[in-house]
Every structure is written in C-alpha cells, then in structure tokens.
Design a protein around this ligand. Structure first.
Ligand code: TEU
Ligand code: CA
Length: 541
C-alpha cells in the first residue's frame, strides 16, 4: 500500500448489532462477552475495524439509540469493565473499534431530560427544545407529530424520532461541551472513532423548520473537531441521510470537520415511491441502483470520501432486497463484488458474509422495532388494509436485519440456548456459518477472498472508476485503473442469462469468479454472475 493513502480508506469495517450477535450468558440477548468470544472469527475473516451499535445504558425504546447514560454500559450487554476488555482485546488482535455516537437526542430517562422537564427555570431546560405551541408542524420519522405535550410545565418538547427520544438543543453551549467531554471519555479509553448517528441534524433550527444540514452544522462539527478529534488518528463516519451526495463530498473534503466519510442513502430509496417514504413500495430495478452508484463514484472522483454499504441494522438484508432467494449464494456474491470494489470504504453488516436473509413474521407481536410498530398503528388509523400494511412491513421492517446471527444448526442457531429477544430466521437449519465454512463455494469463502483482493491493491483506493457497460440494464461492469493495475469487475445483476462484449479485456487474468467466465466478444454471464480480472501494467519508462 502506498504511503500517502489514508489507512481508513482501505479497511473493512464490520458492523455489530450487539443485541443479535452472540449471547454469552443465556438470557436471549447478545452481549459484550459474546462479542469478545467471537473476535478470532472476525479477525480471521479479515475485519479491520468493528463498528459497535450502542451498548450504553438505555430503556431500549429504540434498541439503544435512546441513551440514558452515555458513560455507563447497559447491564443487559455486560458490565462497565467488559467494554474495556473488548477495546483491549480488539486492539490486541490488531483490529480497531468505533462506537456509535447518538447525540441528536437522548432517552427521556437521561437525567438531563428528567431535570429539563421539571421546570422552565431548570439549568437543563435549554438542553432540549421546548415550546408553548407545537409549531412548526413536523412529522416524526417514527410516525405521529414531532412535538409532545408535557404537563409539568405545560409545554411541548421536540423529538424527530420516538417521543421517548427528545432532541437535544445543540444551540446550547453548555450542552455541547458536556457532549465533547463525554466523547473524550471514550476516545481517552482508546476507541478509534465514532459512527455518528444522524449527525446532519445537529445544526438544525427547528423554529425555522430547518432540520437536515442546518445553518450551524459546520460550526458545531468544527468545534467538535477542535475539542475532541484534533491530534488523534481516527476513523469517523457520519450517518447523513438528509444531505445530497455533493454536500457529503464537500463536508468530507474539509479536514477541520473530522468527518472522514458519510453514509449516503440515495441508492437505498430506489424501492420506494418518491416522496411517500419507505413504506410505499416500488419494485426494484437493478439499473436504478447502478445509475446512482456510478454517479456517486464520479462525485468522489476528486475529493471527499464515501462509505460503501447496502445493509445495516435499519435496512433490509441485501440478498432479500436486491438479490434473489432462489439464487441466494450467487446473488449475495454478486452484490458484494458489485459494491465493494467501488470508490469508498467497505462496510459490512454482520451476517452479510453468510448471505443471511430477511424475515417475514405473520403476527405483529413478533415485531420488536418501534418504527415498525408505530407504522402499523398509524397506517391502521389511516384506514390502510391489514394485508397492505403487512406487505410493506415484510419488505421494509428494520427487524428484517435484526434477527440473531446464524452460527450453526443448533437450537436458536447457536446464538443462545434460550428463546432470543427476536425470533431466529427459520432458515438457520440450512443457512448458518458452520455450513458456509464447509462449502468451498459459499458466500462466506467468496466474500473473504473478495476482501483480500480489495485490500491487496491500491487501485481500489486511488484508481479511476470507469463504467464499461453504462447503458446495460442487466450488467454492471467497471474498470478500476491506476498506473500499476487495471481491474475489471464483471457482474450480472439479474436472474437471466446475458451476454456482454468484453473482447478488449481478453488478456486480463481472473482473480475471483462465482461462475466460469471467458472474456470474449460474447461473454456469457449466468444469473448473478460475478467475476474479477486483473492486468498488471509493466511499462519500462
Ligand atoms: O437512523 C437514522 C434514520 O433516519 C433512520 O431512522 C431511518 O430513517 C430509518 O431507520 C429507516 O427505516 C439512526 C439509527 O441508525 C437508527 O437505528 C435509529 O433508530 C435512529 O437513528 C434514531 O437514533
Ligand atoms: Ca446475554
């Protein structure tokens, strides 16, 4: 690897959703000791950085994205010492760890909010956003109005997510500096950065109705940088669903904001009716995904940096969404090949290395996600038919990706010996890590090799990105190219046989393929075919 390449551009980041990774004490809930027990697995797979979703003290209204104490560990996940042990063991294994930073809002049980709601004269009153009238009218991301009335002081407080997640008032300087102090507490413990939850919202001006990318965003990020990040060697990724990709480029180009890359969601809105939100289903068309991803690669051509992902704890598993259950293995392999060799840092959500699939519960009782439950109630009152609501939920519920990790074919998939907090996907008998390890052709083995290739060549970080088949509706074929290597990535995004003229690449050598591939004027590509080829450039000049 070239020296001038920032290390965080060439790492594999693996997201762990602690509730569902591994239960060590048999209470049905994943925990920190469970994660520690699986570090050798992660290291062996090729993980460089772990992103740990929230493990802080929380009433778990939104599975830990509602924090009541930022500096204490939720007892369901372990003791305070367990996190120190995890950080320690991760570093010992030569990996890094970033933690979730959820500072747009707290839990309604955070002592700041408990104090804030007591009286308008409270020292903490202004840590949150209070108003006598619920205006401007804004709808919460988790359904219903974003203002909730509180009797004690006869005012409304603002919350963009659940009413148990009051938004913090970032315009209050004392609040901001308490947050920076808390961040330094974690950084001083040795964590390697943060995944910053909905961070584009902290600059908002609710009274003017401005939410994402508000007028104070850069000021606060720069202040955070000066007080927390400066002088430390970190990897920070901002979740920024509410900004344009161009804007993400601008923000990540400015080293004084401490934001190395962001999660962008433009490519994940393609299966919803524009303007109607995630539950309004629209059939997936591969070309729409390809088009946006090509555009993103072009946007980051000359500055800024991007995070590459198709799945996380809020999104549906990629094989169920963009692949095919009939061709589960091939389509999972294709999706990773198509995505992870593009410009950006790869993020892999736990279980994607096995090609885990989404879930369909028939009973609402089985769903645990607050967004899903609120949507169901809201849609019912709007008169939407039960079957239609369930169809949306089957396609889009966040619980799709939150079912326990499928380690083996033992009861509860080897995740726990007791009934887990969320049901295991019934396909665990066939689809589990043990089976994936046994099968040479599995998603697991293929994906592991894919990341070895991704990390072996600078071209994936600094090379040009050149689409080869730009107008094809079926294939996604591109070249990565620098002065030393050319790498050809060939994928068929559909369940049909297709052909492609690849005769100009005849002298390339195969690095990895999930079907035999012959580069020619009429290269035959099987359903969800994926292949990677290389040409070494050895000029004498
Ligand atoms: O998600 C931000 C966010 O906007 C999501 O709520 C997204 O719109 C939704 O999940 C789509 O279904 C972050 C976290 O990743 C999420 O888990 C939290 O619930 C949310 O923030 C609030 O902290
Ligand atoms: Ca447990």
């Amino acid at each position: 690897m070239e020296k001038n390449i920032m290390w965080w551009k060439n790492v594999l980041v693996y997201q762990i959703y602690p509730l569902s990774f591994k239960d060590s004490n048999q209470d049905g809930i994943g925990d920190i000791p469970g994660i520690i027990s699986k570090l050798p697995y992660l290291k062996d797979f090729g993980v460089d950085v772990i992103w740990l979703s929230p493990v802080y003290e929380s009433p778990m209204d939104d599975n830990g994205y509602d924090i009541s104490n930022y500096q204490a560990i939720n007892p369901i996940f372990g003791r305070n010492e367990d996190i120190d042990e995890l950080i320690n063991q991760v570093h010992k294994a030569g990996m890094k760890i970033i933690m979730d930073l959820v500072v747009n809002h707290t839990s309604d049980q955070h002592h700041w909010f408990l104090e804030s709601k007591k009286s308008i004269d409270s020292k903490y009153r202004d840590y949150y956003i209070w108003k006598s009238k619920p205006e401007p009218a804004i709808t919460s991301i988790f359904s219903g109005p974003a203002w909730t009335y509180d009797e004690a002081t006869n005012q409304y407080y603002f919350h963009l997510f659940s009413k148990r997640q009051p938004d913090l008032n970032w315009q209050n300087k004392n609040l901001r500096f308490e947050i920076y102090q808390m961040m330094n507490y974690w950084l001083d413990k040795g964590i390697d950065g943060f995944r910053m939850d909905v961070i584009e919202l902290i600059g908002k001006d609710v009274h003017k109705g401005i939410l994402a990318d508000g007028p104070y965003l850069e000021t606060y990020l720069n202040e955070m940088y000066e007080n927390c990040f400066k002088g430390r060697d970190l990897i920070n990724v901002g979740e920024m669903g509410g900004i344009s990709v161009e804007r993400a480029k601008e923000l990540t180009s400015n080293p004084k904001l401490g934001l190395h890359m962001t999660f962008q969601f433009s490519h994940l809105g393609i299966d919803e009716v524009p303007g109607l939100g995630k539950w309004a289903l629209k059939p997936y068309e591969p070309y729409s995904l390809k088009e946006i991803l090509i555009q993103n690669n072009h946007i980051f051509e000359d500055g800024g940096w991007n995070a590459l992902f198709l799945s996380n704890h809020d999104q549906v598993r990629q094989v169920s969404r963009f692949g095919s259950l009939k061709y589960r293995t091939k389509s999972a392999q294709m999706l990773s090949t198509m995505l992870y060799l593009q410009r950006g840092t790869p993020y892999l959500y736990m279980g994607e290395e096995l090609g885990m699939t989404g879930i369909k519960f028939n009973e609402m009782n089985d769903y645990k996600d607050i967004e899903t439950i609120n949507y169901y109630k809201d849609a019912k009152t709007k008169g939407i038919k039960h079957e239609d609501i369930m169809e949306s939920i089957h396609h889009k519920s966040r619980d799709n990706s939150r079912t326990p990790f499928q380690w083996s074919d033992e009861p509860y998939a080897g995740f726990s010996t007791v009934k887990p907090w969320l049901a295991v996907n019934p396909n665990y008998k066939e689809l589990n890590l043990e089976n994936e390890l046994k099968d040479e052709q599995s998603v697991y083995h293929y994906t592991k090799k894919l990341f070895q290739i991704r990390k072996a060549y600078d071209v994936f970080v600094n090379g040009a990105f050149i689409p080869i088949d730009e107008t094809s509706k079926d294939t996604f074929i591109y070249l990565r190219s620098n002065s030393q290597h050319q790498i050809l990535v060939v994928t068929n995004m559909t369940d049909k046989d297709v052909t492609s003229n690849l005769s100009q690449f005849k002298d390339f050598k195969v690095l990895l393929e999930n079907e035999a591939t012959i580069l020619s004027k009429e290269t035959k590509l099987k359903p969800y075919h994926a292949a990677i080829f290389i040409k070494e450039l050895t000029y004498d000049n």
